[in-house]
Each structure stands twice: as C-alpha cells, then as structure tokens.
Design a protein around this ligand. Structure first.
Ligand code: ADP
Ligand code: ASP
Ligand code: MG
Length: 609
C-alpha cells in the first residue's frame, strides 16, 4: 500500500462535474489500496476574482487581509470535493492549512513553509479516510493562527511539501495539460510532451515562465527526493516524471528555508572577451556567436547589456585554451561593427581578460530569496573582490572575477554560507545521464516566455567593490527578486570616477517600488538616472545537454535575427540562455525559438477552458 499525495489545479476542479470526476479518480486510487492525501486549488479562476474584488476596494490592499480573502477559495473546493467523495461512499475529510498545521513564515502573500504537522493527517489516514487539504495556505504559528498564503500558484508547493513531510511514496500533480511540455501549448500548440525532465531543468523552466509547476514545488522535490509526476486530470496517461539525484538527508524543520546554498563552486579556466559599442540591431549576436560556433569554440557565460545610444556591449567567457581563437574571431568582425556605430571611430573595441575565474554559489533554496545573492555580493565586496560579470539562474549565482582574487573569494564565500567548495562539474551531461535513463540528452529541453517582467537600469554606477551588494541589499530588504543582473562592459570616467551601468529584471508588480527605492538611494550610491521599461519579454531556452556543446546560443540568436527580432539583453547560465526582447515580439520569439530547436511534436495540444 502506497501513500500518495495528489494535487488538482483550478481548472481540474472548475465545476461540479469536474469535482465529481476528480472524486471518481481519487476513489479509484483509494480502493486499489492506497492512502491518499488530496490537495486542491480554488475552483477555476476564483483566486483571480478575489484579487480583482480586493483591488476594487484598495489599490494597495493590506497583505494580511489579502491572505484572509484569498485563502477562502481553497476552502470551498476542499469541502465540495469531500462531499463528492462521501457521496460516492468514500470516507473523506477536508482540512484547511490551519487545521493541518502547515506553519509558514509570517510573510503575508508570499510565505515559505517552515514545518508541517503530520499527526492529524496520519490519524485520519489510519482511520481509512481520504484527507482533502486546502493548497496555497498556512498559518504563522500553531499559537498565532494568522493565515498566510504561499504566493500565486502555490498549491503545487503545498502538495510537494506535504509529500516530503509525510514521506509519501509519490506526489502527483494533476492539471489541464498532459504533463510538462517543451513549452506552453497555449502559445505553441504543437509543443511536445516529455516523459522525463531533471529537476534542475524544471526549476529553470518554472522560474522562467512555465507555470505548469510552481518553482518552489520543484525545489522541495529536489531537496527531499520526492518522486514527482505531472499528469492530465482527464486521461490515464503517465505524464511527465521530474527526476532528481538522491539528495543529502535534511531535517523537515525549516522545510523551505534551511540551507539556501549547498555549495560554493569555482572554475579557474576562464577568459573573457568583450566587444564594445556594437550596433543595437537584429543579427549582431547571431553573427558573432555563429562565427564562434563555426570554430567549434564552447562559450560559457554570455552577457549583453542594455543599449546606450545606438550601441551595445557583448561579453562572453571561454576556456583559456580557446581564448586566442575567440579573440581572433571578435577582432575580425569588430571593425565593421564599430564603423557602423560610429563611422569616425578608427579603433575597434575588443577587450580581453586572460586570467579570469568564475565563482558560484549553488543551491535550490535561493529561489525567490533575493537576500542570498545580495549576501554573496556583500561577502565579495568585504573581501575586496571586484565583480566583473554576474550571471544568475534560479539555482546558482556566478560572478566572474580576476583570477588572482579567486582563492580569497572562495574562502570568504565558504565561510559566509557555511559550506565546502568544489571545482565546477564540467560533466553535467554525464551527471544527467545518471539521473535520466533516456540515453541521448537533447541540448535544449524546453523553452519559456515570461511577459511579466520589467527591466530596470541604473546609469553610471561607480565601478568599485560593493556597489552590486548595496543595490541588491536594497531590493532584498523589500523581498524583491532580481533576475538577469548585467553590468555594462564599458567603463566611462565621470569626474575622474570610473562608472558602469547595471541593468536587471524584476517582476512587473515590483518595478515601481524598486525604482522608488533606488531613486531614494541614488545620492548615497553616487549613481545616475534610474529607468524602467515594463514593455519587455524574456524568452529562454533550457537544457542540461547544452553544457559543452558549442553553437546552442548562436542558434537561438540566429532564429531571432531571421525574424528581425532585436535582442535587448542576453544572460546565460550553464543550462539556460535568456534574451530580453520587446514585449510585442515575445510570442513570436518563443515560437521561432521553439521551432529552431525542433521541439515540436506530432500532435496539437488543446487546453480545455
Ligand atoms: P493548475 O491550475 O492545474 O495549477 P496552471 O494553469 O497553474 O494549472 O498550469 C498549467 C498551465 O501551464 C497549462 O495550461 C499551460 O498553459 C501552462 N504551461 C506553461 N508552460 C508549460 C509547459 N512547459 N508545459 C505544460 N504547461 C505549460
Ligand atoms: N489558487 C491559488 C492561485 O490561483 C493557488 C493555486 O492555484 O495554486 O494562485
Ligand atoms: Mg498552477
């Protein structure tokens, strides 16, 4: 007999008939001998409706009252599903987050789970009941009983956390699509279903816009080794398995908050090439990285900062042994690009740094915790290490630094995060073969689009250790998560002080607040103007198989160039490439990139309303 946690999303319990169909499914599984905990979301678009009501009363509703309101949606569906089960003769009981004892941080509207009381649920299970639990909600403590919610889409996280706390055999997420697809079928109807995906890849996809799973649910599954499956509510097809390597044992106390960082990694075999003042028009990145790829050179980090006037900077890192060839490619194409921007300029601007190192902190617990990156930057600043390039992913923050600073940086980071260091794994693909048993690892597993981001740019930030730390501490103090942090490569002297621009993306809902905070701090930081552009889209490709395979980023850039889509910013991590484009180009960008990597399947996926 297995203990299974099943979760049904809003569409799956969107009507009385659908609730009855879910009850049939649950009953069947219970009758075949399983113990079942069923987590449900609010019916259909109930939560959206409640948010709208609140905003009709207040532009900035009180967060505690917001949680009080939003948590009601799930209370309706648990009661109805329990009734439907009882009607079928299946003993069942509904429980709110409070009744279960799902204890969270006291952070209204975005609380993380600290612990779950298993005892009451276990008692009901032993007495033969199906326990129907309200997703998305918790309480601040067993004595305070203040209701919290986990953030939109958080029922997935409730389900996986319950599976971890109850040591369930499996967590099944039932939804309105057949499983995890190569991209959102609402935008690309011929998206293909995957049998399996690694949790690292899914973490990236989920945080880059694939809302089929809440990223924190994937994080918990990865940290606690929960067997996780995403399946259709309407069919018996097996869906998609999210596979994780066997994790280190960890305590259930502090479930979502303990140990945000698992490891400090470093790679001293890095060199940087930067091209300054290249034209800001479609096709430039495609051309540069196309030529690099045709030399079979593998590029690690790529960043392209926001434009200044009519030009951009592009920088990338390669292994030291590839540097001369990469430099030659850059030097060959730079003069023409430079001439296009400024016909009077007589020198192409290619900058090379031969001795670089990359230091990274890694761990799934960083998701939505901007304080972790801020702490990394602060630690490096305190150690007197200047950060040359920053690359972020959901599970890793990497900084390119001078090679001579590497040892100092690692020692400081290991002490700050209380972990041991290890050289970076260059054989991620081999590691992933172990985890996934499907033989060939495709370079790109899936693509995602995020239309809910805004870009902030801070002009003229003094180029000295500690500036990134200060900026991101300000964001972290307000719980604003930051992604795609990019510093410009060109440095300009203003009143004798070298200055760079820093650009990054945040959720649109946080953009105004972020701008206001930075504007307030600008005099103290000594920086210039702060601009916001909400009309952006971020399109990303994700895949473990891109590690060590030249030409993947180049292919993405080429597919965008072919459609005349201008790339405004580029940021990469080991297993993803993200491009910011104009919002109006977002959907087309996703479609062309998906097609370029041959991700389409044979069937059209129709998502029920
Ligand atoms: P639920 O209410 O069941 O939690 P969600 O709406 O939160 O469902 O998530 C399912 C939706 O996620 C799908 O209908 C689909 O439009 C969207 N989606 C985005 N990216 C993907 C992807 N890569 N694979 C599957 N679905 C995706
Ligand atoms: N009902 C909540 C929401 O719409 C939680 C969820 O569905 O996962 O965000
Ligand atoms: Mg969901």
């Amino acid at each position: 007999m297995a203990l299974i946690v099943q979760k049904y999303g809003g569409t799956s319990v969107g009507s009385v008939e659908r609730i009855q169909a879910v009850a049939q499914r649950v009953k069947q599984s219970a009758q075949s001998g399983n113990s079942l905990v069923v987590v449900v979301s609010a019916m259909g678009k109930t939560t959206d409706g409640l948010v709208k009501l609140a905003h009709e009363i207040s532009a900035t509703p009180n967060r505690r009252e917001m949680d009080m309101l939003l948590s009601t949606g799930e209370q309706v569906s648990i009661a109805l599903l329990s009734m439907a089960l009882q009607e079928l003769g299946q003993p069942a009981i509904s429980m709110t987050g409070t009744q279960v004892g799902i204890v969270t941080e006291a952070e209204h509207t975005r609380a993380r789970i600290l612990s779950i009381e298993a005892e009451r649920i276990e008692r009901h299970l032993q007495e033969g009941r199906v326990v129907v639990v309200a997703g998305f909600q918790g309480i601040t403590s067993l004595t305070d009983l203040e209701i919290t919610t986990l953030g939109r889409g958080g029922s997935d996280t409730s389900a996986v956390a319950l599976a971890a706390a109850l040591r369930a055999d499996c967590c099944e997420i039932y939804t309105d699509v057949p499983g995890i697809l190569t991209t959102d079928p609402r935008i690309v109807p011929d998206a293909r279903l995957m049998d399996e995906i690694t949790s690292d890849e899914m973490l990236e996809l989920a945080s880059l816009g694939a809302k089929v799973l809440h990223p924190r649910a994937v994080e918990i599954a990865r940290n606690y080794g929960v067997t996780l499956v995403v399946r259709s509510s309407w069919t018996d097809d097996p869906g998609t398995r999210v596979v994780s390597p066997v994790p280190q044992p960890r305590p259930l106390q502090g479930l979502e908050i303990a140990h945000p960082v698992d490891a400090v990694e470093f790679d001293t075999d890095q060199a940087k090439v930067a091209l300054l003042r290249v034209p800001d028009r479609p096709g430039i990145a495609a051309r540069l990285f196309g030529e690099i790829a045709s030399q079979d050179l593998d590029v690690d980090l790529i960043i392209q900062s926001i434009h200044e006037g009519n030009s951009n900077d592009i920088a990338f890192t390669v292994t030291k042994s590839s540097l001369n060839r990469a430099e030659a490619v850059a030097a060959a194409i730079a003069p023409a690009l430079r001439h296009e921007v400024d016909p009077d300029a007589n020198e192409a601007e290619v900058m090379v740094e031969r001795q670089m190192a990359k230091v990274s902190i890694a761990g799934a617990g960083m998701i939505g915790r901007p304080g972790v990156a801020a702490q990394m930057f602060a630690t490096l600043a305190k150690a007197g290490v200047n950060i040359q390039m920053i690359s972020t992913s959901e599970v890793k923050v990497s900084c390119a630094v001078d090679a001579e600073d590497c040892d100092r940086a690692i020692a400081a980071l290991c002490e700050a995060f209380q972990v041991k260091n290890s050289p970076v794994k260059r054989d991620l693909v081999a590691h992933c073969d172990l985890a996934i048993h499907d033989g060939v690892v495709p370079p790109v597993r899936g693509a995602a689009l995020d239309l809910k981001q805004a870009r902030l740019a801070i002009r003229h930030v003094p180029d000295r250790p500690g500036m990134a730390a200060q900026v991101f501490r300000l964001m972290a103090d307000r719980s604003i998560s930051v992604d795609m942090i990019i510093q410009s490569q060109r440095c300009r002297l203003i009143n004798g002080v070298p200055m760079r621009d820093i650009a990054f993306t945040v959720a649109q809902t946080d953009a105004e607040e972020a701008q206001a905070i930075l504007q307030q701090a600008a005099p103290e930081l000594g920086c210039g103007e702060i601009t916001v552009d909400p009309a952006i889209a971020k399109v990303s490709i994700v895949g473990m198989g891109m590690v060590g395979r030249p030409g993947i980023a180049a292919k993405m850039f080429a597919s965008l160039a072919q459609e005349q889509i201008n790339i405004q910013m580029i940021a990469t991590s080991e297993i993803k490439v993200s491009c910011v484009v104009a919002e109006a180009d977002g959907v087309r960008a996703l479609q062309v990139v998906h097609a370029a990597f041959g991700l389409s399947g044979q069937e059209r996926i129709v998502v029920p309303a």
